[in-house]
Design a protein around this ligand. Structure first.
Ligand code: GSH
Length: 203
């Protein structure tokens, strides 16, 4: 029987699903990359633990949901998450911090008129996002990654958490929003340049 985990997400290289795929990539681990079409989501949604993706299925166990839990599982199983309990908790706190940012930004200006949306997002870019970045910047050491010279699941979480902004996906949030945080930028660039990540992105 296969013990290969099955990751289910939308058929897009974005957000919480792509960071789990990248976690498998940095671990050099094989997995089933189950990509579902948008049209299939309505029927699948009520069958997932929390009505959202990604999910991870490990043969013989209940379905795992929540991207941070999936990342911690991948990290522990394949050696890309600290074994020390406190170190692991510190990494998990940073991953939760990425989720906090996503939750805040996802609602910024949603369903508002264009002027309100612009004002809300410009305010985030000037206040909330730099405050978010400053907290992480203060925790990064000599780098280039969060815990030194080897990427861990926290690094792919941070990379994907920043990527949509740096790629200009959100109107009214400048792509330079993290430029005042050199350690974060160094981490981002190091993840993107890491050979397995590069190979995954360009495949
Ligand atoms: N806290 C959850 C959030 C999951 C989430 O919101 N996933 C989105 C995609 S990134 C989703 O499933 N959206 C479709 C929906 O909510 O119906 C996690 O970290 O996995």
């Amino acid at each position: 029987m296969t013990t290969r985990p099955k990751l289910t997400y939308f058929d897009m290289p974005v957000s919480r699903g792509e960071e789990c795929r990248l976690a498998f990539a940095i671990a050099g681990a094989d997995f089933e990359d189950n990509r579902i079409p948008r049209e299939a989501w309505a029927a699948l949604k009520p069958t997932t633990p929390f009505g959202a993706l990604p999910t991870l299925e490990v043969p013989g166990y209940p379905v795992i949901a929540q991207s941070c839990a999936i990342l911690a599982y991948i990290g522990r199983r394949y050696g890309v998450h600290p074994t020390d309990l406190v170190e692991a908790a510190l990494h998990e706190a940073v991953m939760a911090h990425v989720e906090d940012l996503r939750a805040t930004v996802a609602w910024a200006g949603r369903n508002a008129d264009e002027a309100t949306k612009q004002r809300t997002r410009e305010h985030l870019a000037a206040t909330t996002i730099p405050a978010w970045a400053g907290s992480v910047e203060a925790q990064i050491g000599d780098g280039p990654f969060y815990a030194g010279e080897r990427p861990m699941v926290v690094d792919v979480k941070l990379y994907m958490g920043m990527r949509s902004f740096r790629r200009g996906v959100m109107d009214h949030i400048p792509t330079t929003v993290f430029d005042a945080f050199p350690k974060l930028i160094r981490l981002y660039d190091a993840v993107e340049a890491w050979a397995p990540v590069k190979a995954w992105i360009s495949r």
